[in-house]
Design a protein around this ligand. Structure first.
Ligand code: FAD
Length: 282
């Protein structure tokens, strides 16, 4: 199997700028003719669904959680790094790019990391516009701290709750589009497979986690914002909303049998919640 990440050609600092300037555009009047599926409503999925809805596309957003606010993004604490150089300590987009590639043990895709560093500047403005209460200095300017062992102070944060506050901002933007009818939510739907037609993603197969029904959902494009692959790790802060069997665990996503290194007597198993049985989609 070939993994083709389709990073645009050219020098690293111009790859995405070039691609953005040369992509085919969709006329504003035609956007409502396209159905887009977004899988996930964490920071990635909720922002994508809200932005696509705002642009005028018909968006369907699928999450296996009972609410977008259950997404794991709520766990993020430290803050967001952005190369705004507010502290005038020599920061730049290139330095953030370099630090991020280094922090990723030189394994990240450099073209995409450069894009992340470029967009970091806009993300802060977007979060502030959404009302995210990022920390401020006494005079009212946005506060920065130095985080992650870097030589500059470029981290924007909201106490120890950055992810929670960002998710509230993204969730409100998503709620607005749901209210406008641009985004339809499908909570408690788990994506099982991607439908690919002639090399293009054309829909997904889901399991309704309340009824168990397996259903196809066609679309013109699919955006996957389903978070990291944390469930491959035995010990993870990522919650699964389904009850897992005790004893040797089967990796539901990987198909790989996993055996717990912790004796059964010391393992925490979540008691069955009476509330869960009553949750409906309405
Ligand atoms: C403790 C902790 C601290 C962190 N601190 C920071 C920090 O300080 N700064 C920072 O930048 N990053 C931090 N991170 C990382 C950051 O939180 C994550 O990278 C980011 O929140 C991931 O967002 P996401 O939207 O991609 O995924 P998630 O928030 O995990 O959302 C995934 C979504 O996909 C849905 N989903 C998943 N699979 C399926 C499926 N099969 N079918 C349907 N829906 C599905 C889920 O329901 C959920 O809505 C931290 C992470 C942790 C765990």
């Amino acid at each position: 199997m070939e993994l083709e990440s389709k990073i645009p050609p050219g020098p690293v600092e111009r790859k995405w700028q070039y691609a953005k300037s040369h992509y085919k555009l969709v006329n504003p009047e035609n956007k409502r003719k396209y159905d887009i599926i977004v899988v996930g409503a964490g920071l990635a999925g909720a922002s994508a669904a809200a932005s696509l809805g705002e642009l005028g596309y018909n968006v369907k957003c699928f999450v296996f959680h009972d609410s977008p606010r259950r997404a794991h993004s709520i766990a993020a604490q430290g803050g967001i790094n952005a190369a705004k150089n507010y502290q005038n300590d020599g920061d730049s987009i290139y330095r953030l790019f370099y630090d991020t590639v280094k922090g990723g043990d030189y394994r990240a895709r450099e073209g995409n990391v450069y894009r992340l560093a470029e967009l970091s500047v806009n993300i802060i403005d977007q979060a502030v516009a959404q009302g995210v209460p990022l920390a401020r200095e006494y005079g009212g300017l946005l506060e920065n701290r130095s985080f992650g062992g870097v030589q500059v102070a470029r981290t924007f944060y909201a106490r120890g709750q950055t992810g929670q506050q960002l998710l509230l901002g993204a969730f409100q933007a998503l709620e607005r589009q749901i209210d406008r009818g641009r985004v339809t939510m499908f909570p408690r739907f788990e994506m099982l497979d991607l439908v690919v037609v002639d090399g293009q993603a054309r829909g997904i197969i889901t399991r309704n986690m309340v009824t168990g029904a397996i259903e196809p959902h066609p679309a013109d494009a699919v955006v996957i914002g389903s978070g990291g692959y944390a469930n491959v790790f035995y010990l993870s802060t990522n919650p699964r909303t389904r009850r897992r069997p005790t004893g040797p665990r089967s990796g539901a996503r990987t198909g790989v049998e996993r055996t717990s290194p912790i004796p059964a007597s010391r393992r925490f198993t979540r008691p069955a919640s009476p509330r869960r049985a009553t949750i409906s989609r309405s």
